[in-house]
Design a protein around this ligand. Structure first.
Ligand SMILES: [Zn+2]
Length: 117
């Protein structure tokens, strides 16, 4: 696998398995106590589906992707749209990388904040 493919596979895999810098997963592995979304402050469990497909924090990133793909992207059609054509692959890759890289970058801060509660 080349670098780009490996990186995309890593993020796509995290979306599909729910393993990533998301509240529900971090709580399950004992990193934090509170699973509420850190970004939109809605009292929802911050799981991968919320972060990628629902959270207001990422609305503009999602909108940009959906404009390029030409339809709404969800967990059920994501892979199909990525494999359909190069534009779909690039647009969805960009959305996943943008959201997940930021979540990963903020994970340490969030863990510290959660411990102080
Ligand atoms: Zn949210």
């Amino acid at each position: 696998m080349i670098g780009r493919e490996r990186r995309v596979f890593k993020y796509t895999f995290q979306v599909l398995t729910g393993h990533g810098s998301f509240g529900t997963y971090l709580k399950r592995i004992g990193k934090i106590d509170c699973v509420a979304c850190w970004y939109c402050e809605e009292a929802v469990d911050e799981n991968v589906e919320h972060a990628i497909f629902e959270c207001n924090r990422w609305a503009s990133v999602r909108e940009e992707c959906e404009t390029e793909v030409g339809r709404r992207v969800n967990v059920d059609n994501m892979i199909e749209l990525m494999l359909k054509n190069e534009e779909g692959w690039i647009a969805i890759e960009r959305m996943l990388v943008t959201i997940m890289k930021t979540c990963l970058k903020n994970q340490h801060t969030i863990e510290i904040r959660d411990r102080r509660k």
